[in-house]
Design a protein. Structure first.
Length: 319
């Protein structure tokens, strides 16, 4: 991956952006990649030397790196803390690594702490997704990532994990809003207790993700096409049908169309409106090398064109 400067940012920012690039060491895959979309991981592998990211889009990564560096310096004054330790283990023949931000060591075991740079809105949304009943594979990424870190630590050091915490740095925190609203975070630093799954569940989830990664590698090398992203992985919303400017389900759209007088059917007919795919459009570095969004948009256009042709034939307006 190459950092570029298309918007004339100061050269120092370009150097800082390069310094904030993530390094997974000699591992085949990182925990972050394992819990993310396999399509993105594969496209990163295929086009690593072609991918370009503008320094303008690296601001949050640079802020996060700075915060991590500051906390690592602070850890030097604490005897019972291990900071920014990278752990690599072999799972089903694949080297998996994770860099644990902070481990607090005691006689009872280890506390895993992970630092996150976030916004108030994103923090609230993430916390709302936490579940006390869902299995690990259905939990949000913060829970999955930190539980895999916990497994790496306990597996390597043979010590119990006391608890898991995320320490969130809320970058857009406002003192004025905190003073006026008790439901608003009362500090720009929020410690969140993460549900710790048992080691059997952690191990199963890790093995399942490694198998998914291995299959994605095999399929991509064999067929040249990485697995598709899910709607959730694209940060997307469902497509929807419209009829006469109203949002309706597909069956209702065609039922209403059938009831129209013939003369109106050439002007009023069902159409699909594509749902947004936020990650694909704005936040995916491999988007220039990905055809999934374009293929879906082509499907929408072709379907709508076919419906229009059908409407013309049914209404008798097609020559």
């Amino acid at each position: 991956m190459k950092i570029v400067n298309r918007h004339g940012m100061p050269p120092a920012l370009l150097h800082a952006a390069n310094a904030s690039m993530y390094d997974k060491g000699d591992a085949d895959v990182s925990v972050t990649e394992l819990i993310g979309p396999m399509r993105i991981a594969m496209l990163n592998r295929m086009h690593d030397d072609q991918i370009e990211v503008d320094v303008r889009d690296m601001s949050l990564a640079m802020m996060g790196t700075s915060f991590h560096a500051l906390m690592a310096e602070a850890a030097e004054f604490e005897r019972n803390v291990v900071s920014e330790e990278r752990i690599t283990i072999e799972v089903l023949g694949t080297k998996v690594s994770g860099q644990i931000d902070r481990q607090v060591i005691s006689e009872k075991g280890i506390i895993i702490q992970d630092f996150k740079m976030t916004s108030v809105a994103a923090l609230r949304k993430k916390v709302a997704e936490f579940s006390s009943v869902k299995q690990l594979q259905d939990q949000p990424d913060w829970v999955q990532q930190t539980n895999l870190y916990a497994y790496l630590v306990s597996h390597t050091k043979r010590q119990p994990i006391i608890r898991i915490e995320v320490i969130a740095f809320v970058r857009d925190w406002s003192r004025l809003r905190a003073d006026k609203d008790t439901s608003y975070p009362q500090s720009p630093f929020v410690t969140i207790r993460i549900r710790k799954f048992n080691k059997i569940s952690q191990r199963k989830f890790l093995h399942d993700r490694v198998k998914a990664y291995q299959k994605a590698v095999s399929d991509t090398e064999m067929h040249g096409r990485p697995p598709p992203c899910s709607l959730d992985e694209m940060w997307g919303v469902d497509d929807h049908w419209t009829f006469g400017g109203r949002i309706v389900d597909k069956d209702s759209a065609f039922r209403l169309f059938q009831r129209l007088p013939l003369a109106e059917k050439a002007r009023t007919f069902p159409q699909i409106v594509p749902g947004d795919r936020k990650r694909c459009k704005h936040y995916c570095a491999v988007a220039p090398f990905c055809t999934q969004l374009a293929e879906h948009q082509r499907y929408i256009r072709d379907t709508n064109r076919s419906i229009l042709e059908m409407a013309k034939i049914v209404s008798g307006t097609k020559a």
